[in-house]
Design a protein around this ligand. Sequence first.
Ligand SMILES: Cc1cc2nc3c(=O)[nH]c(=O)nc-3n(C[C@H](O)[C@H](O)[C@H](O)COP(=O)(O)OP(=O)(O)OC[C@H]3O[C@@H](n4cnc5c(N)ncnc54)[C@H](O)[C@@H]3O)c2cc1C
Ligand code: FES
Length: 357
Amino acid sequence: MRMTPKFHTLKIAEIIHETEDCVSVSFSIPDELKSDYHFEAGQYLTLKTQLEGEEIRRSYSLCSAPYENEWTVAIKKVEKGKFSTYANELLSVGDELEVMTPMGKFTPHLDSKNEKSYALFAAGSGITPILSIAKTILNTELDSTVSLFYGNKNSNSIVFKEEIEALKNIFLNRLRITHILSRESLGNKLQKGRIDEEKTNALFKTFLHHENIDDVFICGPEEMIFAVKAAMENNGISSDHIHFELFTSPGDNKAVEKPEVTANDVTSNVKIILDGDEIDLNLLSGQTILDAAHEAGADLPFACKGGVCCTCKAKILEGSARMTINYGLEPDEIEAGYTLTCQAHPTSDKIVVSFDD
Ligand SMILES: Cc1cc2nc3c(=O)[nH]c(=O)nc-3n(C[C@H](O)[C@H](O)[C@H](O)COP(=O)(O)OP(=O)(O)OC[C@H]3O[C@@H](n4cnc5c(N)ncnc54)[C@H](O)[C@@H]3O)c2cc1C
Ligand code: FES
């Protein structure tokens, strides 16, 4: 049975102001919960709190590596961002937050026998999972190499600059780091600008074209992710070997038009299986399975509510549904019957979905 993600109250052990607008936050995990919070490089935590009477849930990738026995996330302040502003300005050591057990599949399949060549691309706060992935590869696969391309505005905005330089000193022959800055010159054209498709092609031509790249991991703004992906595909890397993590927020989804819900219009009978329990409910026209379940008082797991994080993933055992947005599920997962319940609108009179399969 799949483990349902759970929230626990965790205390903040350390806060470091990494740059002017980014804090790293480390949690203490009591010994009895350590196995629940076991994670793989690239996974994220979802934090839950109340701000001005409203429940806020936001996901943050772990920047620590599993072997470090630390649970640290880094939160970059976004303009008018509710939680990121709170975290940067008000959160203190000793404060408690509700923290969901680690989730996510932006993870490399590591094997100490591998002799792989990895290309990692990060921009801004996208460095968080990439740093965890880089450290873990270098410490686990002693014959693999890592090329890290990291985009920022200027040298002061480079989050984890010292830690990355220290890694470079330890893994001199297996880690190559290329900074790309949009608002500062490092003395050459290649390292100036944004990581777009043209820049990625130029970086590939200079650094990667002699290598057989096995896997690419990308994290940053949406347009940067798709530009790097396109360039890598054009340079012969198959899309199955290109992995990416999107950071979006519920705020981003306000633009998506939601179908209207009409109170008398029952369209589907839904059975939800969660932790072995069964919940039956009627879903109104326009509601997602997740919203209908919450309205009926069921506490289903979710984080982004935007079709990105997959926390709300469940398997359709009977019936069918269509998703409004899907950034998270791979074609083979959809083929196997999985859906994102925060996006799923039933297309059959009866539907049975399980969070346990
Ligand atoms: C799987 C996953 C992992 C993530 N990991 C990290 C991480 O390691 N570090 C990190 O800092 N963030 C990360 N995020 C993003 C994070 O969850 C929040 O979306 C972000 O901190 C903004 O939340 P907020 O409450 O401050 O802003 P909101 O109040 O939700 O949004 C305010 C405004 O800012 C815009 N906005 C929201 N997010 C961004 C963004 N990322 N960039 C630019 N504009 C934005 C929104 O469109 C909105 O208009 C991750 C997201 C996901 C889904
Ligand atoms: S809650 Fe994130 S994909 Fe549904």
